[in-house]
Design a protein. Structure first.
Length: 261
């Protein structure tokens, strides 16, 4: 696996919904090597506080060598990232991790919950490569409210994908959780790709196992290094023992994971 360290320039900062932001940065070497599902480790500033880099999924790859990173402010590090404007520099290491394996045939369903939508747009773009449109592929998206969901929904729709939407407060689409939308879709699907909160992915994985449908999950966890050195991002696997999200993942076959209640 090839990875690069790039001192990248921020070219755009967007405030999408309250605490949700999107940065566009120039990182041509990382962009050229990136695969859907991979991530970057972002150094937030030039001081030792915060000390650790932040892992962010690669949300979009742009033709000019740009990357888009979608994130929610949850602490000091992401708060500092949200303050970066055009012209500022950030240090990136990537692309890191094992991404999605593209199913060779049959219809696919992409399921994103909250910030789990971030890596799925890049995947949706890649699935369209060499095809006139998405065919029978579908996208299911869920978020807390309309504000968090409106722009992602519009962008997936702009790629031509049929959308099924859910919000926790019922302000857009189904009033409830996104896995509740899967039952009507699953009989026509050969492959499911999912990223989002752990309980959501566990529910999707169970539904897919029951239906005999292949499922890939992109796990989210705390990471200190992103390079497999600190061993802090361990996940228990069904075969026994542990694997590490940063090197063995973040994408796993759903049946590899020992899902905990």
């Amino acid at each position: 696996m090839t990875e690069f360290q790039e001192k990248s320039t921020v070219t755009a900062r967007e405030s999408l919904a309250g605490d949700v932001f999107r940065l566009t940065v120039q990182a041509p070497r990382i962009a050229a090597a990136a695969q859907p599902g991979q991530f970057v480790m972002v150094r937030v500033g030039d001081t030792l506080d915060p000390l650790l880099r932040r892992p962010l999924s690669i949300h979009q790859v742009l033709p000019d060598g740009g990357l888009r990173l979608l994130f929610k402010v949850v602490g000091k590090g992401t708060g500092l990232l949200a303050e970066l404007g055009p012209g500022r520099k950030i240090d990136l290491i990537g692309p890191l991790g094992r991404g999605f394996s593209l199913a060779p045939a049959g219809s696919a369903c992409l399921i994103g919950g909250g910030m789990g939508m971030a890596p799925l747009y890049f995947l949706a773009q890649r699935l369209l490569r060499g095809k006139p449109g998405p065919g029978h592929d579908q996208v299911l998206l869920g978020a807390r409210n309309r504000a968090e969901l409106s722009l992602p929904a519009a962008e997936f729709s702009g790629l031509g994908y049929p959308l099924h939407l859910a919000t926790d407060d019922g302000s857009l689409g189904h009033h409830g959780f996104v896995p509740e939308l899967l039952d009507d879709v699953l009989p026509s699907v050969r492959q499911v790709y999912v990223c989002g909160p752990y309980p959501m992915m566990r529910m999707v994985a169970l539904k897919c196992r029951t239906a005999g449908v292949a499922c890939q999950v992109s796990l989210e966890t705390h990471m200190a290094c992103g390079l497999g050195v600190c061993l802090g991002c361990a996940v228990t696997v069904a075969a026994g023992g542990y694997k590490h999200v940063c090197k063995d993942g973040p994408v796993f076959a759903a049946d590899e994971v020992l899902w905990k209640m």
